[in-house]
Design a protein around this ligand. Structure first.
Ligand SMILES: Cc1ncc(COP(=O)(O)O)c(C=O)c1O
Length: 495
């Protein structure tokens, strides 16, 4: 009688996961496998492959939240199986969303009475929020044109060339012409005067950004409002403003309470903000708030009742998770105005520590402003030997993820590196990053330039040093591949 089995026949649970056949064969990539595998093996395999992703906390490319309190994590995990759209079944979750809408509307100075409910909705992020706001403007403009017996087939929207890619998506998906104000050297946001010049009778709205994705700068919404009001008076149009406050919406109220950029300005009809950026919630939540009911055409709102009571909805998708909505409510009541203010002040201070450290190297020009989203955007003063893409590439070796990108037209000759300062980026990390940048600069200085003349590449001497052709070519191809990768994401596709 045979008492032992071969490894492949035996019970899988007795083997170490790493000794099992599941980690010995190539993983399925195209077709679903025929057979099941044990849950421990599935977990281990996926977990191990994910180790090769970057560390989110060191991802300085993103505005999106990478740390929350464990108590909030607990609430989020408890709600992970709740579909937000089942509002009749989960009425408390719906109520929390409505409370968030009210609180954010008040934060943005919506003209509301103390217990009046605000008009707004939670979305997956600012992109969905912007699509909804854009659709409301388009429909409102079309209705008005129809009523006046005028053509309504050529709507346009005026923005700066610095808009995030979601505005280009809105324009393309919903057939609205995008009229972009070009940037120029030293001025990397929308110029309000030029924007107003571009407005015509087909303009559904002007979109201003509170916290440009590229350098964090706030656009001058007050000036835009005043210039547009003047033009509206002269022409009889009533072109409105949308503020894309994806990043700045949770910064300006706390750091710059006197700055007028929101519903205090009469032409601002809607505002979006990303709950998952400085709203301090993990990825998956944004908000759009309208000034009043009149600014959101009723025909865009669907009423469904097959899950229970009447549910008004204005979103692009149907099902979504509830955790982010609950987490947003947690942050709003847990931190309160005081807590958000503290966090934003701390981010701003750390941005200044980093900025000063970079300035002290003497190697960079700072492209970001001190007032705005807490980030530092910077360019090399001297690009004759190395460029920002190489700095970004070399910083990866220390674990830092710092994107490099070129500015949109007409400033496309400017390349910047950008470090976003989030709540979880401490002063120690800021100081450490400066030290690593200095090390990278030293390393790059010791390397031959990738911008060498053909004579240099052919193995002759540069600065008395013999250059190995294959080393140079490898270095060049790494830098070029990285640059292509970044460029392929579109110049202003950073998030
Ligand atoms: C100004 C601006 N608008 C919109 C977006 C898109 O936001 P979301 O990622 O929340 O969809 C971003 C993302 O960074 C942004 O910076």
């Amino acid at each position: 009688m045979v008492l032992s089995k071969t490894s492949s026949e035996s019970d899988d649970s007795v083997h170490s996961t790493f000794g099992s056949r599941y980690v010995r064969t190539a993983l399925p990539r195209f077709r679903m496998p025929e057979n099941s595998i044990p849950k421990e093996a599935a977990y281990q395999i996926i977990n191990d492959e994910l180790m090769l992703d970057g560390n989110p906390r060191l991802n300085l490319a993103s505005f999106v939240t990478t740390w929350m309190e464990p108590e909030c994590d607990k609430l989020m995990m408890a709600a992970i199986n709740k579909n937000y759209v089942d509002m009749d079944e989960y009425p408390v979750t719906t109520e929390l969303q409505n409370r968030c809408v009210n609180m954010i509307a008040h934060l943005f100075n919506a003209p509301l009475g103390e217990s009046e409910t605000a008009v707004g909705v939670g979305t997956v992020g600012s992109s969905e929020a912007i699509m909804l706001a854009g659709l409301a403007f388009k429909r409102r403009w079309q209705n008005k044109r129809k009523a006046e017996g005028k053509p309504y087939d050529k709507p346009n929207i005026v923005t700066g060339a610095n808009v995030q890619v979601c505005w280009e998506k809105f324009a393309r998906y919903f057939e609205v012409e995008l009229k972009e104000v070009k940037l120029r050297d030293g001025y990397y946001v929308m110029d309000p005067e030029k924007a107003v010049e571009l407005v015509d009778e087909n303009t559904i709205c002007v979109a201003a950004i509170l916290g440009s994705t590229l350098n964090g700068e706030f656009e001058d919404v007050r000036l835009l409002n005043d210039l547009l009001a003047k033009k509206n008076k002269q022409t009889g149009w009533d072109t409105p403003i949308h503020v894309d406050a994806a990043s700045g919406g949770f910064i300006a109220p706390f750091l710059y309470p006197d700055l007028e950029w929101d519903f205090r300005l009469p032409l601002v009809k809607s505002i979006n903000v990303s709950g998952h950026k400085y709203g301090l919630v993990y990825a998956g939540i944004g908000w759009v708030i309208w000034r009043s009911k009149e600014d959101l055409p009723e025909e865009l709102i669907f009423h469904i009742n097959y899950l229970g009571a009447d549910q008004p909805t204005f979103t692009l998708n149907f099902s979504k998770g509830s955790s982010q909505v609950i987490a947003q409510y947690y942050q709003l009541i847990r931190l309160g105005f005081e807590g958000y203010k503290n966090i934003m002040e701390n981010c701003q201070e750390n941005a200044m520590v980093l900025k000063r450290g970079l300035e002290n190297t003497g190697k960079f020009d700072i492209i970001s402003k001190d007032n705005g989203v807490p980030l530092v955007a910077f360019s090399l003063k001297d690009r004759s030997r190395h460029d920002e893409f190489e700095v970004s590439d070399y910083l990866r070796r220390f674990g830092w993820i710092v994107p490099a990108y070129t500015m949109p037209p007409d400033a496309q000759h400017i390349t910047v590196l950008r470090v976003v300062i989030r709540e979880d980026f401490s002063r120690t990390l800021a100081e450490r990053l400066v030290l690593d940048v200095v090390k990278v600069l030293r390393e790059l200085d010791a390397l031959p330039s990738k911008l060498l003349t053909p004579a240099g590449i052919n193995g002759t001497k540069e600065n008395g040093t013999a250059i190995k052709k294959h080393m140079l070519e490898t270095q060049r191809s790494v830098a070029d591949a990285w640059k292509k990768f970044v460029m392929a994401k579109k110049t202003n596709g950073v998030c």
